[in-house]
Design a binder for this molecule. Structure first.
Ligand SMILES: Nc1ncnc2c1ncn2[C@@H]1O[C@H](COP(=O)(O)OP(=O)(O)OP(=O)(O)O)[C@@H](O)[C@H]1O
Length: 638
């Protein structure tokens, strides 16, 4: 167990009951201090509960893991993302503001747009006129305008804007607020809400029903918030409403230099100003980097002058910068370097053997990885890509049918998924949505259609229809269908013609997805946050029970998915202007956020940092373009 520094200790052992704000630089031990503080509160108070709010599900799991050995941890500490806590408020108290009890989250953009468009069509509205599309023949214009409105709606929710705000800020489009209301009604008429609504409605519930906030406040007397620099207004106001007038023991920790969610409405002003105004906290600072070597800290300080100091025992480490002829040369050079490192095996800078799991390749965006993936594969080097937390769509027909059927079971008004299911199975969609018996009716229809596996598909619908939504018997479903799918596999003719759609592959994918479904259910039950089908479905939609990434081999990660994590050896690739900073960043504020991204990327390194860029890149249409090194790289080299 590493001992805490005097500065860290002061925070962990500060008197309990007062608001605290910690501004701390990369690698200065924020996460450690936060977990130790929670441990301290648990020990020092008898029964009081703590809500610990994280930014990602992964960070919540990590904190859970670190606090595992605390007594009564499950009962006393609620560790979750802000969205998960808000979702729980909705599940339990949504009815108090007129929301249906089985709320469906439309997590995909395409579904939200479809719900909106269909409701306009039903009202007999001329969509092109409504969306202000000049040329009605241009489908692309319509989609672009629609996407623009969807972004506006998102912004309204993330910034908690009111009608007056909209009217004063959008004088060129006075109907925006009306359109927003149309969109909200369209969602609710389909029995659903969107991702941003979770916070908006939960906030509204807490503001309008003091007693509901009191239910939480009776149990939880302390609130801790991680990654405070990434809060947007809706998130901040939700936390504030959760604390109400009574919770004063609020600790917020963050690093303004690591704010990288501006596209999500984040602003450092909630951490740096608003919290100050609302809570008058005691303030702390941590700027000693315990993670990185001198070489890494020096590079970080070039980007963010005086942001951090190294600690007494920081190793020298190394920074290697390399310009390569083109993207292939860059990928090959990195792969050769990885091989050299593996060959080296030991070095006094690195604890233990140098292995692939001690390395990460970071890029500004995932499109940069195509060459390096190819080069790693060609050299037989195992790698995995860290994915974001959003839900993965099923791919097999079996998986898709199951997914849509579950949504219909939960919400028979969900014509978006209902129609998709009808399309998949060649069924006629009903003229009216919302009847309880849809799945059974479709199951009967399929039985009469002559198509491959119709028996299997109708049985899926029937089985899902029979589930008790408050506690579905999913293990039995999994057992039954595992057997059925295996029987189908056994009956396949041998020597399948692989030039046509391969049924063996499709069956394998179906079984894999059934297995994933089963594992998700087990993880959901283990979390203990509910038993119902709707809680399960929403946990999937919010990525709360996503499978851990397989971190075998070397990791490839974008800056955003590497946030909060660390590795001994970091390769930062594709470091040319246009990629990093991203070509769309034009304003001063956007460029500063790109700088934050670069700062996050390099401070992931514990010991050795490699930065590379190609001197030319081939554009998708074949042109070769000369590249300039990233302006951030130039600064680091100065
Ligand atoms: N007092 C300490 N002594 C030695 N090592 C420490 C100390 N405090 C933290 N560390 C180590 O420093 C590293 C960074 O700590 P941590 O991840 O908590 O920092 P952080 O501030 O959350 O980082 P970031 O914001 O950059 O993600 C970890 O490896 C941690 O174990």
């Amino acid at each position: 167990m590493i001992s805490l520094s005097p500065e860290q200790n002061e925070i962990v052992n500060a008197p309990i009951g007062q608001p605290m704000r910690i501004l701390a630089s990369a690698g200065s031990g924020k996460t450690r201090v936060l977990t130790e503080r929670i441990r301290h509160i648990l020990k020092s108070t008898k029964k009081e509960g703590i809500i610990a709010l994280t930014f990602t599900n992964k960070a919540a799991e990590e904190m859970q893991y670190r606090l595992e050995n605390c007594e009564n941890i499950e009962e006393r500490v609620w560790i979750a993302t802000i969205h998960s806590v808000a979702q729980r408020v909705l599940e339990q108290y949504g009815h108090t503001i007129g929301l249906p009890s089985e709320l469906q989250i439309y997590e995909k953009d395409e579904d939200r747009m479809e719900v909106f468009m269909q409701s306009l069509r039903e009202e007999g509205i001329d969509i092109d006129e409504y969306l202000n599309v000049d040329n009605s023949r241009e489908q692309r214009n319509r989609e672009k305008n629609l996407q623009r409105y969807m972004n506006e709606f998102s912004l309204i929710k993330r910034d908690l804007l009111t009608e007056e705000d909209i009217v004063s800020s959008h004088s060129e489009n006075l109907v925006l607020w009306e359109m927003y209301q149309d969109y909200q009604n369209a969602l609710l008429n389909s029995g659903g809400i969107d991702y941003d609504d979770i916070l908006v409605y939960a906030h509204q519930i807490l503001l309008t029903h003091e007693w509901i906030g009191n239910v939480y406040r009776a149990k939880y007397k302390h609130v801790c918030v991680d990654e405070g620099q990434d809060l947007n207004r809706a998130q901040y106001e939700f936390i504030k409403a959760l604390c109400g007038e009574t919770i004063k023991s609020v600790l917020i920790v963050g690093d303004p230099d690591q704010m990288i969610y501006g596209f999500n409405g984040s602003s450092i002003q909630y951490l740096c100003k608003q919290f100050d105004n609302d809570f008058s906290p005691i303030k702390f600072k941590l700027n000693k980097n315990y993670r990185s070597s001198e070489a890494v800290i020096s590079a970080a300080n070039k980007l963010k002058p005086q942001s951090q100091v190294g600690h007494e025992y920081a190793l020298k480490g190394q920074l290697i910068i390399k310009a390569l002829d083109d993207e292939n040369a860059e990928a090959n050079w990195i792969v050769e370097e990885i091989k050299n490192l593996l060959h080296l095996r030991m070095d006094s800078d690195i604890e233990g053997e140098i292995t692939l799991d001690k390395m990460v390749i970071i890029a500004r965006n995932r499109f940069i990885f195509s060459r390096i993936e190819q080069a790693l594969t060609n050299n037989g080097i195992i790698y995995s890509i860290r994915k974001g937390e959003r839900n993965q769509e099923p791919e097999s027909l079996f998986g898709k049918i199951l997914d849509h059927a579950i949504r219909i079971k939960l919400n028979s008004k969900d014509w978006v998924n209902g129609k998709k299911l009808c399309n998949l199975l060649n069924l006629n969609p009903p003229t009216k949505w919302g009847q309880d018996d849809l799945l059974n009716t479709w199951a009967q229809q399929i039985s009469t259609i002559d198509q491959n596996n119709s028996d299997l598909y109708s049985t899926i619908l029937r089985s899902v229809n029979e589930w008790d939504v408050s506690n579905p018997n999913i293990p039995k479903f999994v057992r039954d269908f595992e057997r059925k799918l295996k029987e189908l596999a056994d009956s396949l003719p041998i020597n399948e013609d692989t030039s046509v759609e391969n049924p063996a592959e499709e069956l394998k994918r179906s079984l894999d997805e059934l297995n994933e479904f089963s594992e998700s259910w087990i993880r959901f039950k283990r979390k203990g946050t509910g038993d119902s089908l709707s809680a399960f479905r929403n946990a999937i939609a919010l990525g709360q029970i996503a499978k851990d990434v397989n971190e075998n081999g070397i990791t490839l990660s974008t800056v955003h998915t590497m946030k909060g994590l660390e590795k001994d050896i970091v390769f930062l690739m594709g470091m040319c202007d246009g990629v990093f900073p991203d070509y769309r960043a034009n304003t001063q504020r956007e460029i500063e956020e790109e700088r934050n991204n670069a700062f996050v990327a390099i401070t992931r390194a514990k010991r050795w940092l490699y930065i590379t860029y190609p001197k030319k890149r081939v554009m998708p249409w074949g042109d070769e373009r000369l590249q300039r090194p990233s302006r951030f790289l130039v600064e680091i080299q100065e």
